[in-house]
Design a protein. Structure first.
Length: 539
C-alpha cells in the first residue's frame, strides 16, 4: 500500500485551523493559563522517564483538537503502519524505511520483499558485539602486537553526525579508548587528527553506506597512505574495518571482507546510527551501552506505534511544530538542551530534519504552495542564554523552542544542578510571561528606558524533562525526533527519505575539480568563472 498523498491544505481540519488561527493569533498564553488552572496538566504527557509539558504553546483545546483531526485526515495511522511493516514508503528511491527494525526485539518479525530481516540484523549485532569486546578487552591487537588505544571514525553526514553526537553525549559512559571523527574533505581536518595518532595502536572505521562519498574516500585514502608509511599492506587487515552496503568497493579499497560490517539500503544514512554505522559508539561505550541505546529507541517506537495521538509525544510535537510553521509562519525552531553533554545534538538534528523535510514537491509530484521543513538550530543552555537568547526574548521573530533537561546530573553536583535547572525553568517562564510595562516601571526604571526593558512574552516552548541522561534515555530522545520528522513529512505530503537536493552541488564540484587542471574553463556564469580563475592563479 502506498503512502496517502493528500494535500493538507485541502483538508477540513486545515481550513478550520486557518479560521481558528485568526481568533488565537493574538491571544497571550498568560491569559490562557489564568483562565484554566488545569492547563499545564491537560497539556502534559508523562511517559516512562519522560515528562513532556507542551502547555506553554499558543494553543487552546480547540487548536489541539483540530491538529489531531489533521493527523487523522492525513491518514497518519495508516502511514505509521506502512512504515513499520516495511512497505516501500521511500518511493522515489524504491526502498523501505526500517531503521526501527534495527532496534526491534530478536523475537519480532519485519519483512522486506517477503524476507524477515530481523535474523540478519541480529547476525550483524553479534558481529558488532564480538568485535567490540575483542577491541575493548585488548584481545585483538595492532600490527606490532599492541592493544588499540584510539579509534578513528571516517565518514560524513549520517555516517558521522549520529555516531559523533552519541559518543560525545555518552562520554560519561566511555571506556579507555580515545575516539576521533574525521569528516570534512578539508585536508586540515584529517591532518589535525593524524597528528594525534600512533599507527600501531589506532583502529580506523571507514563508514560509508555507498562507499562512493568523495570526502570519506579521500580521508580514508590519505589515512591509508599515512599508515603505510610505517606499516605493511598486510597490516591493513588488522587496522581498517568498514561499514557499508557496497562490499565490492570496500574490497577494492583494500579492506578484508571479514572486516566489513554490512548495512542495508532500507536504512537511510541519517537514521543509521542504530546499525553498524554505530560501531564507533559501541567501541567507545561498550556493546551493552549500545544495546541500551537501541532498547530506548525501541521503547519510543512502541510508544509512537501504539499510543493515542493525543498523548503520543512525537505526534504532538510534530503537530505543534506544524501549527507554528504553517499558520504562524515561524521560520525556525530552536532546540536547547540544558546539558553540556548534548552539545552536538542540534547539529545532529539538522541533518535529520532538514535533509528529510526540506522538500518543495509533494507526493503527487506537484510543486508545493505551503511551507514544509523548518530550520533547526540550537546550543546548550546556559551558554546559549549568553549568546542568542536576546533575539528569542525581544527580537521580531517567533522562534518556538524545545527545552530538554535532565532532573539528575551525572556527576551529582547538586549545587550546579540546581543552578542549571533553575535557569532551565526560568527561561521558559520568562518566554511565556514576559515583563509588562507596569512591572518595568515598578522596578524604578527611568522613563526613557522603559520600552527597551519590556518583554512581550508569549514565546512558545516545549519542556522535555527526562530523569537522567543514560544510553537508554538518549535512544528514546533521538527516536522521538525521528518520529516527529516522519509525522511532519506525512502531513506535508512529501517524501522524507530521499535527498536529491544534495546531488547537484556534488556533480558541479566534480566538474570544477577537473577544471583546475585544464587551461580552458567550461561555460560557467561570470561570477563562478572569476572565482575559479582567482583560485587557479593563487595555487
Ligand atoms: O550528502 C548526503 C548524504 O548522502 C547523506 O544523506 C549521507 O548521510 C551522507 O551523504 C554520507 O553518505 P555515505 O554514508 O554513503 O558516505
Amino acid at each position: 500500500m502506498a503512502l496517502p498523498n493528500i494535500n493538507p491544505t485541502t483538508t477540513d481540519s486545515w481550513k478550520r485551523l486557518q479560521e481558528h488561527f485568526k481568533t488565537v493569533k493574538n491571544v497571550h498564553m498568560k491569559d490562557l493559563f489564568a483562565q484554566d488552572k488545569e492547563r499545564a496538566n491537560k497539556f502534559t504527557i508523562k511517559w516512562d522517564d519522560f515528562y513532556v509539558d507542551f502547555s506553554k504553546n499558543r494553543i487552546t483545546e480547540e487548536t489541539f483538537n483540530y491538529l489531531l483531526e489533521l493527523a487523522d485526515e492525513a491518514k497518519l495511522k495508516n502511514a505509521i503502519n506502512s512504515q513499520f511493516s516495511g512497505e516501500t514508503i521511500n518511493k522515489t528511491e524504491g526502498r523501505a524505511v526500517l531503521h526501527t527494525a534495527l532496534r526491534a526485539p530478536e523475537t519480532s518479525e519485519c519483512h522486506v520483499d517477503g524476507v524477515n530481516v530481523i535474523p540478519e540484523v541480529y547476525e550483524v549485532k553479534q558481529k558488532i558485539q564480538q568485535f567490540t569486546d575483542d577491541i575493548v578487552n585488548g584481545e585483538r591487537k595492532g600490527f606490532t602486537g599492541k592493544a588499540f588505544t584510539d579509534i578513528v571514525n571516517i565518514g560524513i553526514g549520517g555516517s558521522d553526525l549520529g555516531p559523533a553526537m552519541v559518543v560525545d553525549s555518552l562520554q560519561y559512559y566511555k571506556n579507555h579508548l580515545t575516539t576521533h571523527f574525521v569528516s570534512n574533505v578539508d585536508g586540515d581536518h584529517v591532518n589535525e587528527i593524524i597528528k594525534k595518532l600512533n599507527p600501531e595502536t589506532t583502529l580506523f572505521v571507514v563508514v560509508s553506506k555507498t562507499f562512493t562519498t568523495q570526502e570519506t574516500l579521500s580521508n580514508a585514502n590519505t589515512i591509508k597512505a599515512w599508515f603505510l608509511k610505517t606499516a605493511s599492506e598486510e597490516a591493513i587487515a588488522k587496522h581498517f574495518v568498514a561499514v557499508s552496503t557496497n562490499i565490492p568497493s570496500v574490497k577494492s579499497f583494500g579492506i578484508d571482507e571479514n572486516n566489513v560490517f554490512p548495512m542495508w539500503d532500507w536504512v537511510g544514512g541519517r537514521f543509521s546510527l542504530w546499525s553498524a554505522v554505530g560501531l564507533t559508539i559501541s567501541l567507545a561505550v561498550g556493546y551493552h551501552n549500545f544495546e541500551s541505546l537501541l532498547r530506548g529507541a525501541n521503547k519510543m517506537d512502541d510508544h509512537f506505534k501504539t499510543e493515542d495521538f493525543k498523548s503520543n509525544i512525537p505526534v504532538v510535537l510534530a503537530l505543534i511544530s506544524i501549527w507554528y510553521n504553517n499558520f504562524f509562519k515561524a521560520e525556525s525552531e530552536a532546540v536547547i538542551p540544558y546539558s553540556q553533554y548534548l552539545n552536538q545534538f542540534a547539529t545532529y538534528l539538522q541533518q535529520g530534519i532538514m535533509e528529510s523535510n526540506g522538500k518543495s514537491v509533494d507526493r503527487n509530484g506537484n510543486p508545493i504552495d505551503y511551507e514544509t521543513g523548518t530550520l533547526i538550530w540550537g546550543e546548550p543552555g546556559t551558554n546559549s542564554q549568553h549568546a542568542f537568547f536576546q533575539l528569542i526574548h525581544q527580537g521580531t521573530k517567533l522562534i518556538p523552542a524545545d527545552f530538554i533537561g535532565f532532573t539528575k546530573s551525572l556527576h551529582g553536583n547538586q549545587d550546579h544542578q540546581d543552578k542549571l535547572i533553575s535557569n532551565f525553568l526560568a527561561q521558559t517562564e520568562a518566554l511565556l510571561n514576559g515583563k509588562t510595562e507596569k512591572e518595568v516601571i515598578a522596578e524604578g526604571t527611568p522613563s526613557d528606558i522603559i520600552p527597551f526593558k519590556v518583554f512581550k512574552g508569549n514565546k512558545p516552548t516545549n519542556t522535555i524533562f527526562i530523569n537522567k541522561l543514560t544510553p537508554e534515555s538518549l535512544g528514546k530522545l533521538i527516536a522521538m525526533y525521528e518520529h516527529k520528522i516522519f509525522v511532519q513529512g506525512i502531513i506535508w505530503n512529501i517524501f522524507s527519505y530521499d535527498q536529491f537536493g544534495v546531488e547537484l552541488g556534488k556533480q558541479l564540484a566534480t566538474k570544477i575539480l577537473q577544471e583546475f587542471n585544464n587551461s580552458s574553463l567550461s561555460n560557467h556564469d561570470s561570477s563562478t568563472n572569476n572565482l575559479l580563475n582567482y583560485y587557479k592563479n593563487k595555487v
